[in-house]
Design a protein around this ligand. Structure first.
Ligand SMILES: Nc1ncnc2c1ncn2[C@@H]1O[C@H](COP(=O)(O)OP(=O)(O)OP(=O)(O)O)[C@@H](O)[C@H]1O
Ligand SMILES: [Mg+2]
Length: 347
């Protein structure tokens, strides 16, 4: 059964993460999990040398994590694709394609034959009035980018089953099995970039990419205390935003960096609320290793004023804690890879 044979691969600028799940009664079971540092950043340039180094590392990750399948789902970085929620008068599915092409031409800086377009109707008014609008989530991935991932999968001896925007993987990881989920903002942080996604009823209704992530915090510590990057990393992971640790000196440096993100979250929520006054964003969920920063959940709860929690991709996944001792605490790290791994099992 195909469902048991696909794993999720999240290729980041800082690390590569892999998760393999299998169906397990009505739930899923964690079969394999692993991470490895990214050898050289910027592989999406398609440079042969970088691709070759990356494929070696992926092969090692697959072997060391004991992944038992060659079939893989990979995420496309949000910053390299174009995603947008579009409003238009209600029209039939037949008319939608040409209308979307016209819309896409407005904002995608590439010609339409250079991208793969995909869309999802978010809502369609039941009894349209002259003012009614339907909303569509439109995404376009450059064909050149897709070609690079196809080539990388091939060089890594893997069979690429699907490529999808990382926002969709995040949503799948986070919105499992909740009967009436509150509208949620997912903060997906990486080493160099951060994505904000507003999720309503398991659908992406807003996205925004910010070019700052966990490494910006490390650089601030490094500059302020005159430390090497590696040492600054340790300070960050040990003290983070905790005021009680190290006389709060690290927290003082970290706080302005996190406040940049706080400002962006507030702006995103205000924008959404200006369009949907009756659909309050009630929850903030944290995804990505940088959100493991000590004191982060407490700080964001207070600074943003929205209930905040670590993203848990394992809600419906059985985990043998002897085999995978750090899977639980590293939920935010593996969330995207887990979301990718759930794809075939859910379908
Ligand atoms: N325990 C921790 N506390 C705080 N920050 C952490 C912790 N562990 C890792 N990080 C930070 O997380 C970042 C790396 O995260 P990760 O490997 O998930 O990024 P990535 O997915 O490769 O990046 P991107 O998504 O931007 O391509 C680094 O900035 C690192 O310092
Ligand atoms: Mg990442």
């Amino acid at each position: 059964m195909a469902a048991q044979q696909t794993f999720g691969l999240d290729i980041g600028e800082s690390s590569v993460k892999a998760v393999q799940l299998a169906p397990f009664g009505k739930t899923k079971k964690l079969m394999a999990l692993g991470t490895i540092p990214t050898p050289i950043g910027g592989f999406s340039s398609g440079n042969d040398y970088v691709l070759s180094a990356m494929s070696q590392v992926i092969k090692k990750l697959v072997k060391d994590s004991k992944i038992t399948t060659k079939k893989v789902n990979i995420a496309l970085p949000e910053s390299k694709i174009y995603t947008r929620v579009i409003e238009m008068p209600p029209i039939s599915d037949e008319d939608l394609v040409s209308a979307l092409k016209w819309e896409a031409e407005q904002y995608i800086p590439l010609s339409l034959d250079e991208v793969n377009m995909d869309w999802q109707v978010l809502n369609r008014p039941q009894n349209p009035t002259p003012d009614s609008k339907m909303e569509i989530l439109l995404s376009a991935a450059p064909k050149k980018l897709i070609d690079i991932y196809v080539k990388l999968a091939e060089m890594s001896d893997l069979e690429l089953v699907s490529l999808e925007p990382e926002t969709l993987a995040a949503v799948r990881a986070l919105t499992e099995n909740e009967p009436d989920p509150p509208t949620t903002l997912a903060l997906v942080m990486g080493a160099e970039e951060t994505n904000l996604i507003i999720i309503k009823n398991s659908l992406v209704v807003f996205t925004r990419t910010i070019s700052s992530g966990g490494n910006a915090v490390t650089r601030a510590i490094s500059t302020n205390f005159g430390l090497e990057f590696i040492q600054a990393e340790e300070y960050k992971k040990t003290y983070g935003l905790e005021k009680e640790s190290f006389e709060g000196k690290v927290a003082e440096v970290v706080k302005p960096m996190v406040d940049i993100i706080v400002g962006e979250i507030k702006r995103a929520v205000a924008f959404y609320q200006s369009k949907k006054a009756d659909d309050i964003v009630k929850r903030l969920v944290l995804v990505g290793s940088p959100t493991l920063l000590p004191g982060m959940v407490r700080y964001l709860t207070e600074a943003v004023g929205i209930e905040t929690q670590q993203g848990d991709p394992w809600v419906d996944v059985e985990i043998d804690s002897k085999l995978f001792p750090d899977a639980l605490v590293k939920g935010p790290t593996y969330a995207l890879a887990a979301g990718l791994a759930k794809k075939e099992i859910n379908e």
